[in-house]
Design a protein around this ligand. Structure first.
Ligand SMILES: Cc1cc2nc3c(=O)[nH]c(=O)nc-3n(C[C@H](O)[C@H](O)[C@H](O)COP(=O)(O)OP(=O)(O)OC[C@H]3O[C@@H](n4cnc5c(N)ncnc54)[C@H](O)[C@@H]3O)c2cc1C
Length: 307
């Protein structure tokens, strides 16, 4: 990678004063829920917002590709890897109940931990997020959701790094746009540092806990959690349940190399061992073509292919 020595010097400098670790030429597969992906020139783990913004600011001076991920549970890293710096926020786990009654969670807080923390604080409204394996940053970016609810319903504000102006911004929900599995953060240029959640007080916190446990149980029963995957591969098509379409098309169990349409849940592609990103992409294309042939509709990928 061009500027490799310069990047190393910058990262060493920041690691000397802030909690941050990094690796060079590190395979991305172990960090992704799909267990797929070639090496990145640098893999960086900041543990605080300050460490992350220092890295982003310093690297912005160089012509170096910089990408930020949370738990990499909604991405497919390409087989050739990334010629650049890949930052994972998963060690940024600051989580607190603020004096104004809101919850603040740093980008790396797991959605299940957030949901459990909210329940312990006596709130309801985040039960749906219990069991989603992503982090707050990735969750806000994707507007993650389940059971007809999504994060945008409970977000009150988001702190982000404005890459163009090199500054931290705190934006109220009214300044942000969200849709079904989309957010304004997908337009680029903004790195989520943390989010504020405004929740209702629960009438019965034990009922909230029971519902969360129920969601976890249902996920265990219905999802192929025994294999690496990135969850549901396709977005819902208006009026259709994509997994039902795939099932009815007879594609359960269809495979390319080590990638297979889950026999347990047709919306998932699982890595049965040794799957490559190319295997997954070919299987995705096969599914999309068959659904188009049968129904004349194009089902869109929710999982983001990172090349
Ligand atoms: C078994 C399983 C079940 C799942 N169930 C659900 C479900 O019920 N509902 C649902 O919505 N999703 C589900 N998912 C998908 C996934 O967990 C969610 O989309 C989650 O929100 C992704 O979070 P992440 O931290 O893993 O994001 P990543 O996969 O790391 O990143 C996703 C995208 O967000 C960007 N991003 C991440 N962090 C930041 C940041 N701090 N600033 C800017 N951009 C950022 C990345 O660049 C990438 O483009 C499931 C996945 C799996 C494996």
């Amino acid at each position: 990678m061009l500027y490799s020595e310069k990047v190393k010097e910058i990262l060493r400098g920041i690691a000397g004063r802030e909690p941050l670790s990094f690796e060079t030429d590190a395979p991305l597969a172990p960090y992704s829920s799909f267990k797929i992906g070639g090496p990145a020139s640098f893999v960086v783990f900041p543990e605080t917002v300050k460490a992350l913004t220092e890295v982003l600011e310093a690297l912005s001076e160089l012509p170096v590709r910089t990408l930020v991920f949370g738990n990499a549970s909604n991405v497919l890293f390409c087989d050739d890897g990334i010629d650049g710096v890949v930052i994972f926020t998963q060690k940024m786990r600051g989580l607190s109940l603020l004096d104004d009654g809101r919850i603040f969670a740093e980008a790396g807080v797991g959605l299940t931990s957030l949901s459990q923390f909210a329940q312990k604080c006596g709130f309801c409204g985040l039960e749906f997020a219990c069991g989603i394996p992503g982090n707050v940053g990735g969750g806000v970016f994707m507007n993650a959701g389940a059971y007809e609810h999504s994060l945008s319903e409970v977000i009150s504000a988001v702190d982000y790094w404005d890459a163009d102006n090199k500054r931290t911004v705190s934006a109220d929900i009214s300044e942000l746009t969200f849709g079904y599995r989309t957010s304004c953060f997908q337009d680029g240029g903004r790195i989520i540092l943390g989010a504020y959640f405004k929740l209702e007080k629960a009438a019965d916190p034990e009922k909230v806990k029971a519902l969360m446990n129920d969601h976890l149980r249902t996920r265990n029963e219905k999802q192929p959690l025994e294999y690496p995957s990135a969850g549901s591969v396709f977005k819902r098509y208006p009026g259709y349940y994509t997994s039902k379409l795939i099932d009815e098309a007879g594609l359960k169990g269809a495979s390319v190399g080590g990638a297979q349409v889950s026999e347990k849940h047709a919306g998932f592609i699982v890595n049965r061992g040794g799957a490559t990103a190319l295997d997954v992409m070919m299987l995705i294309k096969l599914i999309q073509d068959k659904i188009y042939l049968l129904h004349g509709i194009h089902i869109e990928c929710e999982v983001r292919y990172i090349v």
